[in-house]
Design a protein around this ligand. Structure first.
Ligand SMILES: Cc1cc2nc3c(=O)[nH]c(=O)nc-3n(C[C@H](O)[C@H](O)[C@H](O)COP(=O)(O)OP(=O)(O)OC[C@H]3O[C@@H](n4cnc5c(N)ncnc54)[C@H](O)[C@@H]3O)c2cc1C
Length: 479
C-alpha cells in the first residue's frame, strides 16, 4: 500500500469509528427500539412524494420522544459533523424531507400529543407529530376550528405543515399555516432550545422569529412544539358548482367574484383533463350527462344561515355573468360533500393514468386562465397529459403531469414540463410555489425568483443559525 492509500484507509477507518460512535450515542439517547440503521428499513424514510427529487441513504433514522431527546440528537450529530434531515409524515412534494447520504433523519411522528386546548384563549399547544386531521377533529369536538387544511390532511403532520407553511382548500378565506401560528419551540443547531412568539392575540416584541421558522423547510432547526391559534367552528357550508365551456370564462368568473367582494371559504377549479380522469375513476359523471366542460368551479361559504346562501347565490351570478354553461347551489351537506369529493380525488384519478408529478405555482388571480392555457400548450409540446387543478380563490394552481416512470424520455419530458410551468407562472407575475415549498427540486427557481440580494440574506440567516450547515444540506438554496 502506498502512502496515499494508507492515509485514505486511516481516514475511512476514523470515519467508520466516528459513525459507529454516533450511532451508539443516538441509540443511548432515543432507546434501542427508536433507531434504525438497516438500509432496507431506512429506505422507507429516504423519500417524500416527489418522484424526481434526489434522495440518499441515511446513516440512521431516529424517532425522538421529547424535546430533550431532539436536543441530544442534534448535539451528538453536531459533534460528529453529521448532517440532520428533519422529517414529519413524508407527504411533502418537493423532496425537502429526502434523506442525504450519511445523514441522520429525525422523524418527528412519535411526538404526536396535543398538549393543551385553551378554549378561553382560543389556542392550542401541540407536538409536531400530530396529524393535521386528528388535531382538527379534536378541536372541532370542542366547537373550535384549526383552519390550515392541506389536501393531505389525513396523514401530514403539523410539524411538516409548519415547516412548509402549508396551504390548502380554505386559504382563500383563512390564509396559510403561518396565519394560525402564535409561537414555536425549536431545537437549534447548537442544541439550544429557542422559544418564539407568544400566547396573546397581539404581540410585536422583537424580530418575528416565528414567521422566520415557519416555511424554513427544516433548514434552521427542528420544531418540537407549536402554539396555534384557533377559531370558532364555522357554520355548515353552502356549496356552488359551475361549469364553463372555456377556461377564460372560468378565469373571468373568479375575477368577477373577487371584484364583487366575495370571500368564499373555498373556491376550487379543475380542468377538462382532471374532470375526465375523475369521471373515469369514479365511473360517474360529476354534473350529469353532457359534454365534458373545459372547467368546473366549486365554491363554498361557511358564513352561516342565510349569509352563506346569499354568498353562493352571488358567486353563481358571477359565474353566469362570465358565461357558465351549468350552475347549481345547494345547502344539502351530503350533496356539497359529494361535489367536493370530485375535487379531492383528482390526484388519485390521474394516478390511474400513470405516475403523477404535481407542480405548484401561484399567479395573480386575473392570470389564472392564461396559466391553464400555457399548461395545455406545454402538454402538447412534451406530449404528456397535464391536468390542472387548484385553488382558484388564491390563484394557486397544481398542474399535474402524468408520465411513464419507466420510460427515460418521458421522465425527461416530465421534468422539462415541470420547469416550463414554473417559468410560465413567473412570466405571468406569479411565484414558483404557493404552498409546497422549494425543497430539493426548485432551488434554481428560488434563486431566480428572489434574486441575488435576497439569496445572500437567506445565506446569512442560515450561517448565523446553522454555521455547520447541519440541517437539511442541499435543500432550498445552494449554501
Ligand atoms: C395527495 C397530496 C396532497 C397534498 N395537498 C397539499 C395541499 O393542499 N397544500 C399543501 O400545502 N401541501 C399539500 N401537500 C404536500 C404536503 O402534504 C405538505 O407539504 C405537508 O405540509 C408536509 O407535511 P409532512 O408531515 O408530510 O412533512 P414532510 O414531508 O415529512 O416534511 C416536509 C418538510 O418539513 C420539514 N419538517 C417536518 N417536520 C419538521 C419539524 N418538526 N421541524 C422542522 N422541520 C420539519 C422537513 O425537513 C421538510 O423540509 C400534499 C401532498 C400530497 C401527497
Amino acid at each position: 500500500m502506498d502512502a496515499t492509500a494508507t492515509s485514505l484507509a486511516a481516514v475511512s477507518t476514523q470515519e467508520l469509528t466516528r459513525e459507529a460512535g454516533l450511532v451508539d450515542a443516538l441509540r443511548a439517547t432515543v432507546g434501542p427500539d427508536q433507531i434504525q440503521t438497516d438500509p432496507d428499513i431506512t429506505s422507507a424514510y429516504s423519500r417524500d412524494m416527489m418522484p424526481l427529487a434526489p434522495a440518499g441513504t441515511p446513516l440512521a433514522v431516529v424517532f425522538p420522544a421529547d424535546t430533550a431527546q431532539v436536543a441530544a440528537v442534534v448535539q451528538a450529530c453536531a459533534a460528529a459533523g453529521v448532517p440532520i434531515v428533519p422529517r414529519g409524515a413524508g407527504s411533502g412534494l418537493t423532496g425537502a424531507a429526502n434523506a442525504v447520504d450519511g445523514a441522520v433523519s429525525v422523524v418527528m411522528t412519535r411526538m404526536n400529543r396535543i398538549l393543551e386546548i385553551d378554549e378561553g384563549n382560543r389556542l392550542a399547544v401541540v407536538q409536531p407529530g400530530v396529524v393535521n386531521l386528528d388535531f382538527r377533529t379534536e378541536v372541532e369536538s370542542r366547537g373550535l376550528f384549526y383552519a390550515p387544511d392541506p389536501s393531505s390532511y389525513d396523514w401530514c403532520s403539523i410539524g411538516g405543515n409548519l415547516s412548509t407553511n402549508a396551504g390548502g382548500l380554505c386559504c382563500v378565506k383563512y390564509g396559510v399555516t403561518t396565519d394560525a401560528v402564535l409561537g414555536l419551540e425549536v431545537v437549534l443547531a447548537s442544541g439550544d432550545v429557542l422559544r418564539t412568539g407568544r400566547r396573546t392575540v397581539k404581540g410585536v416584541a422583537g424580530y418575528d422569529l416565528t414567521k422566520l421558522i415557519v416555511g424554513s423547510e427544516g433548514t434552521l432547526g427542528i420544531i418540537t412544539e407549536a402554539t396555534l391559534a384557533l377559531r370558532p367552528k364555522p357554520f355548515a357550508p353552502c356549496t356552488m358548482v359551475a361549469a364553463f365551456a372555456d377556461t377564460e370564462s372560468a378565469g373571468a368568473a373568479v375575477s368577477a367574484a373577487i371584484r364583487a367582494g366575495l370571500v368564499p371559504s373555498l373556491m376550487e377549479i379543475m380542468d377538462a383533463t382532471c374532470i375526465r380522469a375523475v369521471e373515469a375513476y369514479t365511473g360517474s359523471s360529476i354534473l350529469g350527462e353532457g359534454d365534458t366542460p373545459a372547467a368546473i368551479m366549486i365554491g363554498q361559504s361557511d358564513a352561516g344561515p342565510g349569509v352563506a346562501r346569499r354568498e353562493m347565490d352571488q358567486l353563481e351570478q358571477a359565474c353566469v355573468g362570465a358565461g357558465a354553461v351549468f350552475n347549481y347551489v345547494t345547502e344539502d351537506l351530503a350533496e356539497g360533500r359529494m361535489l367536493l369529493q370530485a375535487r379531492r380525488v383528482v390526484l388519485t384519478s390521474l394516478e390511474v393514468l400513470g405516475t403523477w408529478l404535481t407542480d405548484d405555482v401561484a399567479v395573480p388571480r386575473t392570470e389564472m386562465a392564461k396559466l391553464i392555457h400555457a399548461c395545455a400548450e406545454i402538454a402538447a409540446d412534451v406530449q404528456l397529459t397535464i391536468g390542472v387543478v387548484g385553488h382558484a380563490g388564491d390563484g394557486n394552481m397544481h398542474p399535474t403531469i402524468v408520465y411513464d416512470a419507466a420510460d427515460p424520455d418521458q421522465v425527461a419530458a416530465a421534468a422539462d414540463a415541470f420547469g416550463r410551468i414554473l417559468d410560465a407562472g413567473r412570466a405571468l407575475g406569479g411565484t414558483v410555489t404557493g404552498e409546497h415549498g422549494i425543497g430539493r427540486i426548485k432551488q434554481d427557481f428560488l434563486a431566480r425568483e428572489v434574486g441575488p440580494v435576497a439569496l445572500q440574506v437567506h445565506r446569512a440567516i442560515k450561517r448565523a443559525l446553522d454555521p455547520q450547515d447541519l440541517f437539511n444540506p442541499g435543500s432550498m438554496f445552494a449554501r
